[in-house]
Design a protein around this ligand. Sequence first.
Ligand SMILES: Cc1cc2nc3c(=O)[nH]c(=O)nc-3n(C[C@H](O)[C@H](O)[C@H](O)COP(=O)(O)OP(=O)(O)OC[C@H]3O[C@@H](n4cnc5c(N)ncnc54)[C@H](O)[C@@H]3O)c2cc1C
Length: 400
Amino acid sequence: MQRPSLYFADEHELFRQSVRQFIETEVVPHTDAWETNRRIPVSIFRRMGELGYLGLPFAEAFGGVNANFWYSVVFLEELARCGMGGFATAVSVHEYMAINHIAKAGSYELKQRYLVPAIAGEKVAALAITEPDAGSDVSAIRTTAVRTDTGDSFIVNGAKTFISNGTYGDFVTLVVRTGEAGAGSGGISLLVVELDSPGITRTKLNKLGWHSSDTAEIRFDDVRVPATNLIGQENKGFYYLMESLQLERLVASVMAVSGAQRALDWTLDYLNEREAFGKKIGKFQAIRHKIADVATEIEMARQFVYHTCWLYTQGEVVVKECSMAKLATSEMQKRVVDTCLQFFGGYGYMEDYPIARAYRDARVGTIAGGSSEIMREIIARIVIDAVAYKPVYEGASGRS
Ligand SMILES: Cc1cc2nc3c(=O)[nH]c(=O)nc-3n(C[C@H](O)[C@H](O)[C@H](O)COP(=O)(O)OP(=O)(O)OC[C@H]3O[C@@H](n4cnc5c(N)ncnc54)[C@H](O)[C@@H]3O)c2cc1C
């Protein structure tokens, strides 16, 4: 029997069943192909668009579903259960990190041109913040967007790196410097840039894990972008980023817990199959106690993440909680997957076993989207220095 939930209603659970079925029938069977090809097909974005999955948080006027945040939580949990960190990343970056800026601060025209086809899965989006020389410190970015004399365009120059969906995506929400070099976070803006524009060079990067997601270095050489592609106000980009970074961390946390749970589920099945010394390995106390620890860690993390999601739905400033959640869950997932792999013995090291992929995929969790060190910096500033973060769009913080 289903236990009562503070957060999910029956409709959410029905939705969960439909997403789970979709993942099991239309995603999981393609795992080997997508991981080997180092990309997911455009057709899967279209399919998710048809099913409404890519428009969960967005307004109906633009093809979205306008569902409450708990539907997104369910969707992200089920995405992460697919056992392919790369697929889950490609989809979550598109929906919750790249196009949400257009939905939130973009003009009506930008929404029509980019949000609508992205929700339909006809265009794939990326978010480009990181540069070869600036990752954690967003205020140090050097990619410039200079207005032309006529004022109707920007000319973009610079480079971004580690950009998910950057190789095969259609457009990017690009973080650029529009203010003076010394303006720090104040001189940053967000631009929508078509990734097949003249002057753009994309180089696909080889990664340790997340194989099914494509990751690119993107160079911009005198790329002309219409001024109407500016998202929101010029030089306010840093503030727009701040809110989304909280959402980004929450999304990562939800998926980390679900990914860890999936690893535990595979392990529980294996403990009941594999025998050593005449009994199932799940009967050995050394293993049972470790599994008890793992299950406890996952459950504790899940409840904290749900609580943070709830605060987020109440419009609270959740910089502290999101940073704690990202730190705790990504580190937890890394530990859990490592422990789980151990109990598969030699098979855990074989590509045929999904736990091997989970191990590779979990490693990046403590780096991407704000590293553990940076999460600790933010938390320390709040708990030691009593730094107070203002509501979004009024104040500033950093990826750091
Ligand atoms: C697979 C993958 C996908 C990614 N996808 C995207 C994407 O789609 N879009 C995007 O914009 N970015 C993306 N990133 C980039 C990611 O967000 C950055 O890698 C991350 O923010 C860290 O930046 P960096 O790599 O430049 O490391 P650096 O900032 O150079 O940090 C190097 C080390 O120093 C530590 N460090 C830095 N500053 C401090 C400090 N103040 N105190 C203590 N330690 C510190 C860091 O924690 C890290 O351990 C992706 C990265 C990967 C690996």
